[in-house]
Design a protein around this ligand. Structure first.
Ligand code: ATP
Ligand code: PRP
Ligand code: NIO
Length: 431
């Protein structure tokens, strides 16, 4: 997003094209002068964002703010979606076991693979098979060999032997013909023959009953003394299959996940929106704006706002998010009333808390005000932020609803704007 905004400009060929589409010359001349001169406050990458809490806030001349809308939504929606999916998978796998990203061949497009891979790493994956992403973002890369490698030799023994000789940390793909009868025993035979010349790191099983095959493979490896050799599994995995395999006692030590992560298979789009909440009038005064809707969650929350994560000082866990008007200072209040923005009778009072402002200054009147961290740091930050949440909010199945509340002033302002807009819309329109 930062790169996009900093480079935001229409080239002469863009302008020629717009002219061909029929845009007026004076508009084209104006577009030639447009750069992004506004300010951005946003959640840091790796921050945990909940529905209703603004991920970012743009203050800019209206034309600039409008021109960047779709690109910003594209960037934020896709990458947030994939990081979330990866994080769900990682939650199930747990801290110890690695998950490698294998999805490039199924990603929706080349760049989606690139940025999606980066997002899976932020969500907790440990490496990727996408070497281009590794180079571009300095991500750890990892991989095994393909079935075609074995098929090319038409002989598992020769294939594993050659592979091991050129890859001292070798993982053999054992399911090309018959995992238990031929793949695993052949990998063991090769490892025994090559002894200390190689590190027989693991085997990978990519088809069949992964629970049964991994248990049988573990037995064979242990019988041969390869207690530290790991079992990798892949094949259309996601958080649900992984949870199920773990419940079945599968002896899997490392996971390869492709299609289901890089495409966020079961929820292929995230619906963040970009809304106008305030606009300067002719006297330079900010006037709040609102969009009404029959669905309460689609009614916008007017005004320049901040979003805070309220962290209980005793439990060190988040009590919820608190959206306040920009001039409020909830961190200075001794007792905070947190109430549901629609069902207002549901609420609580919180004392002894820290109010963490989730928005950082990213761009200040067109100038970069933020130092982008290395992606490794972003991953660690995401993990720390997830640790602030009670488990009840993080389970895959029927998670509890995390509170995202409005301050009293923000709520009152919203109600005032709803009333005003309703009054305005109920005036008869002369035809
Ligand atoms: N023990 C298990 N319990 C639940 N699901 C499993 C188990 N073992 C494998 N699976 C999953 O079942 C699905 C099997 O899919 P599929 O029938 O396409 O694979 P396959 O025939 O084994 O392999 P191939 O990819 O070669 O077609 C995969 O999503 C896999 O992750
Ligand atoms: O299953 P995924 O989570 O997407 O993980 C990546 C898959 O991609 C590769 O197979 P490929 O797609 O070439 O063929 P396959 O699906 O028939 O095994 C690899 O062997 C995995 O099976
Ligand atoms: O390296 C691997 O094992 C790999 C890479 C991409 C897709 N499937 C497997």
């Amino acid at each position: 997003m930062i790169n996009y905004l900093q480079a935001f400009h229409f080239s002469e060929s863009d302008l020629d094209y717009l002219e061909e589409l029929g845009y007026r010359t004076d508009y084209i001349d104006f577009l030639r002068t447009v750069y992004f001169t506004g300010s951005v406050r946003a959640m840091k990458e790796g921050e945990v964002a909940f529905g209703d809490a603004p991920i970012l806030r743009i203050e800019a001349p209206l034309i600039e703010a409008q021109l960047i809308e779709t690109a910003l939504l594209n960037i934020v929606n896709y990458q947030t979606l994939i990081a979330t999916k990866a994080s769900r998978i990682k939650q199930v796998v747990g801290g110890e076991q690695p998950v490698s990203e294998l999805g490039t061949r199924r990603a929706h497009e080349f760049d989606a693979a690139l940025w999606g891979t980066r997002a899976t790493y932020i969500g907790g994956f440990s490496s990727t098979s996408n070497v281009r992403a590794g180079k571009r973002f300095d991500l750890p890369t990892s991989g095994t060999h393909a079935h075609s490698y074995v098929q090319a030799y038409q002989n598992e023994y020769i294939a594993f032997h050659r592979y091991a000789k050129s890859h001292s940390n070798c993982v053999s793909l054992v399911d090309t013909y018959d995992t238990i009868k031929s793949g695993v025993p052949t990998a063991i035979k090769v490892a025994k023959e090559l002894g200390n010349n190689i590190n027989f790191e693991g085997i990978r099983i990519d088809s069949g009953d992964l629970a049964y095959l991994s248990k049988e493979a573990r037995k064979l490896l242990d019988q041969a003394g390869f207690f530290d050799t790991k079992i990798y599994a892949s094949n259309d995995l996601d958080e649900y299959t992984i949870m199920n395999l773990r419940a079945q006692g599968a002896k899997i030590d490392a996971w390869g996940v492709g299609t289901k992560a890089i495409t966020a298979f079961d929820q292929p789009a995230l619906g963040s929106v970009y809304k106008l909440v305030s606009i300067e009038d002719e006297n330079g005064q900010l006037r709040d704006t609102i969009k009404l809707s029959a669905s309460p969650e689609k009614v916008t929350t007017p005004g320049l706002k901040k979003v805070f994560r309220i962290i209980n000082n005793h439990t060190k866990k988040a009590e919820g998010d608190y959206i306040a008007l920009a001039n409020e200072q909830p961190e200075k209040e001794g007792k905070l009333h947190m109430f549901h923005p629609v069902h207002t009778h549901i609420g609580k009072f919180v004392t002894h808390f820290t109010a963490k402002d989730l928005h950082e200054n990213i761009i200040d009147r067109g100038t970069l005000a933020y130092e982008c961290p290395h992606v490794q740091e972003i991953q660690s930050y995401a993990e720390e932020q997830l640790n602030l949440l009670w488990e009840e909010y993080k389970r895959s199945l029927n998670p509890a609803e995390y509170p995202v509340n409005l301050s009293q002033a923000c709520w009152d302002n919203k109600m005032k704007n709803i009333e005003k807009a309703k009054k305005h819309s109920q005036k008869p329109v002369p035809l």
